[in-house]
Design a protein around this ligand. Structure first.
Ligand SMILES: [Zn+2]
Length: 240
């Protein structure tokens, strides 16, 4: 059976799930981390869709991540996974990091601090021929140099060397996306996949969905089948 990608309500929700999923089953019974090195972060960013929220932070097709950006993104990921573990309770959390995540209060503080690395203000856009819409703009200028320079968050990337750096901007957009997801309808549908070896969080798309992907369902059924066979004494005959 072919694995199908999970599609959920918003791009930002998908971004947060994708970030959490960088800690994943390695295919050999262990856990792999796609964000172990700056190169891993660079690769992950390049794999995001063009209109992903991270493209508001950096030019995802050309940006090369450094240690500082890696640290910032991993911090947000740890906080998000800690809050994912809280969201799925009383169900079991992902086995990948259960027991070594920060407390929920600490995780919430980490997200708040990350979002605050790039202060934003609301701005109403109202084109003559369109509907009014509120966008968030970055405040990138220094206070003493007069009015703050503003770069619309929704449109383009701040100039290099001006205002918050890439690590700040990545942390801020990922933290905001995590906050929006956790405060939105996806949180109640979040589950840790119970399939053997899988460590993935997913959002249930229909009430009977048990696994993150059909392949996990297949693996779980095979495991249950073998467990039943082992439970039968060899000379018992039942189930052959
Ligand atoms: Zn799974």
């Amino acid at each position: 059976m072919v694995d199908t990608d999970i599609t959920i309500s918003t791009m930002d929700d998908q971004l947060v799930l994708d970030l959490a999923a960088t800690i994943r089953h390695d295919g050999h019974g262990g856990v792999a981390d796609d964000l172990n090195t700056p190169a891993g972060l660079t690769r992950w960013l390049r794999e995001r869709p063009e209109d992903s929220a991270v493209s508001r932070a950096v030019d995802i097709r050309r940006y090369t991540a450094d240690e500082e950006a890696l640290r910032a993104v991993r911090e947000v990921r740890t906080a998000a996974r800690a809050l994912f573990a809280r969201a799925v309770a009383p169900g079991p959390p992902s086995r990948a990091d259960a027991g070594r995540l920060p407390a929920a209060g600490t995780a919430l503080d980490v997200l708040a601090a990350a979002a605050a690395r790039v202060p934003t203000v609301p701005r109403l856009l109202w084109p003559a021929d369109g509907q009014p819409v509120v966008v968030r703009e970055w405040l990138t200028g220094a206070a003493e140099s007069g009015p703050a320079e503003r770069g619309p968050v929704e449109r383009g990337v701040a100039e290099a060397g001006q205002g918050p750096g890439p690590a700040d901007r990545l942390a801020a957009v990922l933290a905001e996306a995590a906050m929006a997801f956790l405060a939105g309808p996806g949180r109640e549908l979040l589950r840790a996949c119970p399939a053997p070896r899988c460590v993935r969080y997913f959002v249930k798309e229909h009430p009977r969905q048990e696994w993150c992907k059909p392949s996990c369902g297949n693996r779980a059924r095979v495991a249950r089948h073998h467990a039943r066979r082992r439970a039968v004494p060899p000379e018992g005959g039942a189930g052959g």
